[in-house]
Design a protein around this ligand. Sequence first.
Ligand code: 1Q0
Length: 215
Amino acid sequence: SAVIEEQKFSLQEVLDTFKLCLSENQDVYVEHYVAGWRGLVKFMNSLGNVFTFISKDAVSKIQILVNFLNGENGSHYVTIQSMVKYELDNQLVDLDKRGSHPESGSRTLLRLHRALRWLELFLERLRTSTEDSKTSVMCADAYNESLSQHHPWLIRKAAGMAFCVLPGRPTFFEVMNVGGAERVVDMLGDAVPMISKVYQITEDLYAQNNLLELP
Ligand code: 1Q0
């Protein structure tokens, strides 16, 4: 019934949150960015317990950002642009090595930002995949091309093991709860460019401020 369907989780809604991230003048709202990640985590948890070591880290990073957003300086954390400016202007970022600000908003968001690139690559592979494509391979390829470069050996190994137990493409599509394969492809065709845009704007901001290697 309609009631049951409403309670079911749909990846469409999650990816739509990333659309809300962009303001008219291309600023990125932290609130929606974080909400997008929350939804992704929920999705990942529905795939099984193996993935909780991954989602735990994402959850703690989401929490750090939410705390800033709800804190006394929250007005500076409304967009990624204002956050970076505020933290840099007030020396609230550890730039070279971890020191007195190990959990700045800027370095925390950078971790999620790198993971967003993985998501973009993975979803694009999923979009163009065929029935016999393996999600584990798509996931690993996307990871090796992006996020893995920022991870030490042990995490890369653990991630590789998690990919191996990913459910197959049919289950994946089902859990996404978007509809048949055609609808999934359409939805991803919509969502991926949006995610790319948010990624690129953030990437440019961090590059301009020399923040891409924050410890
Ligand atoms: C679906 C399978 C998910 C695969 C996710 C790929 C990422 C794997 C690597 C995760 C390792 C996480 C362990 C902790 C790492 C931290 O050391 C690292 C750096 O932080 P720090 O503070 O130590 O400097 N943290 C990170 O790199 C952040 C990683 C966040 C990963 C968040 C992944 C959550 C993603 C969920 C997406 C769900 C799948 C969506 C698929 C939708 C399409 C059907």
